[in-house]
Design a protein. Structure first.
Length: 305
């Protein structure tokens, strides 16, 4: 049954039309071709002109169905920039669930934690998705800004909401016979002290370190956890995304690097995971001040309890 009143607008500049169906509701079960010909007792009121008129049923049905359909799928759209790991591990896999539960449609731009923080500070988005603690995400933002030759001023009221946890793993080419490396071995390889795999029980093959570009979390976490903050060896291959680390290692028999477990599980290519010290990191959302509106709905729904 149709509602007793319905406001319909065709464009911002058009009149609003209010349709009042008058009982009985006979005739709605007839075929579409008959509706096209019939004029049923619907009155269309133009409040600006102050008169009523009858309209063909197919016109009213089309208007009301379109109006109802438009309202049914309407929701708040929230644009988010940030890390590809929270994007692929939490946000996109749960997008339909989030929309159903909160009415918020999320659109995620996976540009890396650092660039996401820059977009947040620049006011381009109201939420940044990050793949580490707030302090390290801020540091990633500073490095991303520096790499882009720009300066950013970090607000002092940033708020971090944890939405998950991710494990980092160490990957090597699948042909590599090494199955595990210690923290000391990994550090020496990443800093250039160890330059050949035969020094750690592997083949006579040069070590090639693969890292993510400035502002991306996997290499920053590895640097902090495994390398004690030391610098990567000069000449390390720089991947443009965490996913690309897998691509480069797959193409490089002597390559190794830290990778997000979620990306490896999605497709390891010609790489494999080896034993290494545990490296975990929080996944979160960052806002300037406490989240409000659609951002609050999302943060409240995904927040790790």
């Amino acid at each position: 049954m149709f509602p007793t009143a319905r406001h319909i607008s065709h464009a911002p500049s058009s009149h609003f039309l209010v349709c009042f169906p008058k009982p009985p509701y006979t005739g709605f079960s007839v075929g579409a071709w008959k509706l096209f010909q019939l004029t049923l007792p619907f009155h269309v009121i133009d409040p600006h002109k102050g008169y009523t008129m009858k309209a063909p049923a197919f016109v009213l049905l089309s208007l009301m169905i379109a109006s109802l359909a438009g309202g049914a799928g309407a929701g708040e759209v929230l644009e988010i920039s940030g890390g590809t790991t929270p994007q692929k591990d939490v946000l996109e896999p749960r997008a339909a669930e989030i929309l159903k539960a909160t009415g918020v449609e999320i659109k995620v731009n996976g540009v890396g934690t650092g660039n996401g923080m820059v977009a947040l500070v620049d006011g381009k988005v109201s939420v940044a998705a990050v793949g580490d603690t707030l302090a390290d995400s801020i540091e990633a933002g500073k490095k991303a800004a520096k790499a882009a030759s720009k300066e950013i001023k970090i607000p002092d009221n940033l708020v971090f909401t944890q939405i998950g946890t991710d494990e980092l793993v160490v990957i090597v080419h699948k042909s590599n016979g090494v199955t595990a490396l210690s923290k000391a071995q990994l550090k020496d390889m990443a800093t250039g002290k160890i330059t050949n795999w035969k020094e750690v029980g592997g083949a006579d093959l040069p070590v090639k370190v693969v890292v993510t570009k400035a502002g991306m979390i996997p290499s920053l976490v590895f640097q902090k956890t495994i390398m004690d903050g030391a610098e990567y060896v000069k000449g390390a291959l720089e991947a443009q995304s965490p996913r690309e680390v897998i691509t480069w290692v797959s193409r490089t028999p002597g390559g190794f690097g830290p990778a997000a477990d979620v990306h490896v599980k999605a497709g390891a290519g010609d790489s494999k995971t080896i034993g290494a010290p545990a490296m975990s990191r929080p996944l979160g959302l960052v806002t300037i001040g406490a989240p409000t509106g659609a951002a609050k709905k999302l943060a409240d729904y995904l927040k790790v309890k």
